[in-house]
Design a protein around this ligand. Structure first.
Ligand code: IPE
Ligand code: IPE
Ligand code: MG
Length: 261
């Protein structure tokens, strides 16, 4: 399949920097549905519309990477019927969204313990990854059966195997060595992590990669999170001062001819 050019960039002026990589903890589907007297699954279903709007909007704004936390390793603990519904929804999404992904030049990839997904969902994921592989616009990473601790355990297992084979020496290990064993070493760390539905926690999401990410939590539940909410988060990010433990170059006060000693 020929590569698909991304749509022209329509980036709003937010009055400050725009993130390269945005990650979203899409939470509150169940609460949103229950508040309206509906079963939780209706929240998951409506959440797909938010995924479509946010993905398209981010791609059109020229964001480089978007990571969506869609299903955690812990989410397997949920009632069987809810898990089955989520997996059906995932399989349907991976087929139904292909045209939209192609129109917007989006490359889709999965991160997580993907082999734990049902075979039919995994095969649709692989097909959509393959279909969108040459797209040169935004990378959309779906975190599926994802957990940071399992990602780090998986990384360690591979590193130990390399060490045992004589391909990795303890003295050579640094931050970048560890990054190289993560699910997707190519994508830079998220600049901004958004969590919907108000919880103040990361729930095992990108713990290593989010070390210096800016955090934004909104009370808005995922099924009602749309472009205006996205822009509010991006505007908040544009106003943040990122210091990474250092100091911002502030102009020293004018002391005339006084010399520092
Ligand atoms: C997020 O919404 C979707 C998944 C975790 C799969 P929830 O299902 O967690 O909704 P709440 O948090 O219970 O409202
Ligand atoms: C985090 O939401 C996982 C996803 C959004 C996929 P959860 O609803 O699973 O998180 P907790 O249980 O409130 O921490
Ligand atoms: Mg939740």
């Amino acid at each position: 399949m020929a590569s698909n050019p991304p749509s022209p960039v329509e980036r709003p002026d937010l009055g400050g920097p725009f993130p390269e990589h945005l990650a979203v903890i899409m939470d509150g589907n169940g609460r949103w549905a229950q508040r309206q007297g509906l079963r939780r699954i209706f929240g998951h279903r409506e959440g797909i519309a938010s995924v479509r709007e946010v993905t398209t909007s981010c791609a059109r704004m020229g964001l480089e990477s978007l990571t969506l936390y869609a299903f955690s390793v812990e989410n397997w603990k949920r009632p069987r019927k809810e898990v089955e519904y989520l997996m059906r929804l995932l399989r349907r999404y991976l087929v139904a969204e292909r045209d939209t992904l192609m129109e917007n030049g989006v490359r889709l990839m999965g991160i997580g313990r993907l082999d734990e997904l049902p075979a039919d969902a995994l095969s649709k994921l692989r097909e959509t990854e393959e279909l969108t592989r040459e797209n040169t616009g935004m990378v959309l990473r779906l975190a599926l059966s994802y957990g940071s601790r399992t990602e780090l355990a998986d990384a360690l297992r591979e590193a130990v195997a390399d060490a045992a084979a004589g391909n990795l020496r303890p003295d050579d290990v640094d931050d970048d060595t560890l990054r190289g064993y993560l699910y997707d070493p190519q994508t830079p760390d998220p600049d901004l992590v958004i969590r919907t539905a108000g919880e103040m926690r990361l729930s095992n999401f990108l713990l290593w990669q989010a070390s210096y990410s800016e955090l934004y939590v909104t009370e808005v539940c995922w099924p009602e999170f749309r472009e205006p909410d996205l822009l509010a988060a991006l505007r908040a990010y544009a106003g943040r001062e990122r210091r990474y433990g250092g100091l911002i170059d502030a102009k020293p006060p004018d002391r005339g001819s006084e010399k520092a000693v």
